[in-house]
Design a protein around this ligand. Structure first.
Ligand SMILES: [Zn+2]
Length: 291
């Protein structure tokens, strides 16, 4: 059998081999599946090293074998499972490229690494982990015809043993809803992701922008209205559109993760399309990176 040649193909292949068992046991797959290679993964273990890295794939001395390390101090089990998936992604796809292995931090995983080639490898390892842990077919079946709520997202995060953010990012990737995930810290937007439907209808935000005053994310944890979030009128997140916002407050990082659900049918200004013009201007004036 020919081996897969891309990170997503590898993940899909392993999902087929592994079957419908969730959460995916990355440790067992790493140890068992890598036995077929001359340089297998011999160990997957915790290495408490402060906050220096979340996970690592590194070559063992002399034997030519590999080990995956993960930082047990970093957050919840869900993060660890994703980290293991990420490192297995490096092993299957990239180990021949870097004899000294990989040390991965949240910075690298979020794509903040300055080196474009390194960023690409980090992105690929994340894609692998996402497709391995959360196959889209299974995820769609969990959602069926339900509306997205924090409870439903929590169910998926539990099922796949991933963080809320990882589960939300996966949903954004395949949903037909117009949806946006916004990650902010200290009141400023750090990064975000839009669904295809949101992109196609011209929705975008800027990194570095302040959280809108009336948003749940800006109001703080006391305003948390329940699993369906809150319907905010036009003028809060979007000038002419209402938005349903659900927000998770991550105290530890002083961060907010907001999931915005926009009306299925875009609401445009009925005047001269001022918003579209302003959007285009903003984009070219380059006040910040947009997403
Ligand atoms: Zn990495």
């Amino acid at each position: 059998m020919r081996e897969p040649t891309s990170p997503i193909a590898w993940a899909n292949f392993l999902v087929t081999v592994w079957g419908d068992r969730f959460p995916v046991d990355v440790r067992t797959i790493a140890l068992e599946y890598s036995k077929r290679f001359p340089d297998p993964i011999r160990d997957v273990k915790a290495a408490p090293v402060g906050q220096a890295f979340e996970g690592a794939l590194f070559p063992l001395p002399k034997s030519g074998e590999w080990a995956i390390l993960y930082n047990p101090e970093v957050d919840v089990l869900g993060r660890i499972n994703f980290t293991l998936g990420h490192e297995l992604g490096h092993y299957l796809n990239h180990r021949h490229l870097r004899a000294m292995g990989f040390q991965c931090s949240a910075q690298a995983v979020l794509g903040f690494d300055a080196d474009a080639a390194a960023r690409r490898l980090e992105k690929e390892a994340d894609e692998f982990a996402s497709y391995l842990l959360m196959p889209i077919t299974d995820y769609r079946a969990q959602i069926a015809d339900q509306i997205m709520t924090l409870d439903l997202l929590g169910h998926c995060a539990d099922r796949y043993r991933v963080s809320f953010t990882a589960a939300a990012l996966k949903w954004i990737q395949f949903t037909e809803e117009r949806a946006v995930l916004i990650y902010a810290r200290d009141g400023n937007v750090l990064w975000g992701r839009r669904s295809d439907a949101a992109k196609k209808s011209g929705v975008f935000f800027e990194t570095g922008m302040e959280l809108p005053g009336g948003s749940l994310a800006a109001l703080g944890p006391a305003a948390q209205p329940g699993p369906v979030g809150v319907e905010l009128g036009p003028g809060v997140w979007r000038r002419f559109e209402p938005v349903r916002e659900m927000t998770i407050f991550a105290d530890r990082y002083d961060a907010t993760i907001s999931l915005l659900i926009l009306p299925r049918k875009p609401v445009f200004n009925t005047g001269f399309g001022e918003e579209a013009v302003a959007d285009v201007l903003n984009r070219f004036v380059g006040r910040g990176l947009s997403f």
